[in-house]
Design a protein around this ligand. Sequence first.
Ligand code: FEO
Ligand code: CA
Ligand code: CA
Length: 667
Amino acid sequence: MTEHRFPDARFRTSLLEENDGPATNPTDNRTMGEIIAARFSRRGFLRGSLAVSAIAATVSPLALISADEARATEASAFAFDELEAGIDDKHHVAPGYDADVLLRWGDPLFADSPEFDPTKQSAQAQAKQFGYNNDYVGYLPIDGSAEHGLLVVNHEYTNPHLMFPGIVKIVEKDGKKSAEVAPLSKEQVDVEMAAHGGTIVEIRKDGGKWQVVRDGKLNRRITSNTEMALSGPVAGHDRVKTNADPSGTKVLGTVNNCAGGVTPWGTYVMAEENIHGYFSGELPEGHKEAANYKRLGIPEGAYEWAAHYDRFDLAKEPNEANRFGWIVEVDVNDPTSTPRKRTAMGRFKHEGAESIVAKDGRVVFYLGDDERFDYVYKFVTKAAFNPNDLAANKDLLDDGTLHVAKFAEDGTVEWLPIVFGQGPLTTENGFASQADVLIETRRAADLLGATKMDRPEDIQPNAVNGKVYVMLTNNSKRKADQIDAANPRAENAFGHIIEISEDGGDFAAAKGKWEVLLKCGDPSVADVGATFSTATTANGWFGMPDNCAVDSTGRLWVATDGQGPKATGRTDGLWAVDTEGPARATSKLFFRVPIGAEMCGPLFAPDDQTAFVAVQHPGDGGDDWEAFGRPSYYEDLSTRWPDFKPDMPVRPAVVAITKQGGGKIAV
Ligand code: FEO
Ligand code: CA
Ligand code: CA
């Protein structure tokens, strides 16, 4: 949602997040015409009925709302004093909690890492330091501990205008001032490549506070140059062979790792999302990948990597882009292990990969494709998870069935298998194998008639209540004649959350039921059509749900991306959302980020005594930052702000939230 003031694509912040791309879904798949089912919220329906009978009994509707609020407040699963929504240059947490920075961009991760110095950046230094723009945060316990484990963090993308001192110049043309980013040097591109990827780092809680264990023997940085293997049905296919890798099995690095997951067998999975920005140049005339790339908006060219590395230039390496857009699995127990791109899980703009073990032991991964009008997927492994021999699960992700969701207006959802030879996925439609189907997952899903969604972000299965929560962040391009029951608002600026109940409580089921848990936005503005409960305060509503988490008691927490002064009058943050009983659809603000940032993570330690949150791109967002002492770019500010220091930009950071005096969060 964040509007970007600068037309220069190299201010690549929310430009890519916006996924405003080239309207890459060409199909007219719609499940329905104009019916907006009056079933957005069962609770809303019940309240409506109650109000009618109450009015007949001459009770004031206002009194009814108060009674309703009281019931909701009593029934809420969350006990904390709500934080006040607002906008400033700091992060804030609810009263009674501490929010301590654990790791910032540039922080040393190894005993021999250099200290961060923004004036002396190098790829070599960055590869030993915490990367940029932290998004997914996962925790893998060491010896089952909730206070000692490995933190795994994705570094989604880089913002050179916030990273490199002096790279922004203010130019004046026709009496108008504008900011321009200078071309990056090769050294700066190398820093960017090293700042991408992921971090695996040992952390320990000492005296109630988390510390980084710098000499942890499993500490590792994964970057855009780490050697990876392509595995599964696409490995070795002609369409992934390049000059540098005639085997079609070895890829250098990963990019744009947004959300992700950890598996039941203790590995770390990273989702490659907005891959289109890294590629430039033109395919040779009439090249067979042209339609495939167009569907993904490739090339978008926001990064300058192709100027220094041929593999990002489509004219020179036309197949390289087929080697990105996958789910990457990392064995964290061996820092020398080769991460594997698990091609069976499909190729698209992967948002996340949260998983759960189904009744029969197969493992189900929920996968969002974050683009306007793209799809919700789930992957079901062929084999069952072996809890007694974790190593036996090491290639579980190479074999299974990817499905795409078709949401019907009667409140059912069907998971359509994406399998070569089934339905329209045949040679007549240009697929010669399952590898072809997976390389062009989006086109396969188009042909199957999947439901075009309002930007599917994180999707979280909930082991406690057996449901699945789908964050749909927004879609301002949906027109009134394109609404359907699962995407019920035209120009959906604030997004919504869908709750799925799989048939028989079986996450591997082929069908389920769904309803809209929440339509987001300011509920006091009737035109917005938000459906928070009436117990939700003026601080408690939010827009643009993105990442989310479920704590060990099954409570839902939602992080947002894209709020701000213009969109919602509040910064992004972390909201606690009731899903059960009379309090259902009540939301409360727990934490908020500095202006310009989006809220990522979130993650609860296994004992629920820590909430880890990731503050991504603080200080970004046009000139919004100026009121707080600096603009939102890394101009050389020493002449305008004499006390300017090179490290002045607030840095993306992982923050650990704990209760003062100890104890579980929000209980
Ligand atoms: Fe990287 Fe869809 O957020
Ligand atoms: Ca996201
Ligand atoms: Ca986002």
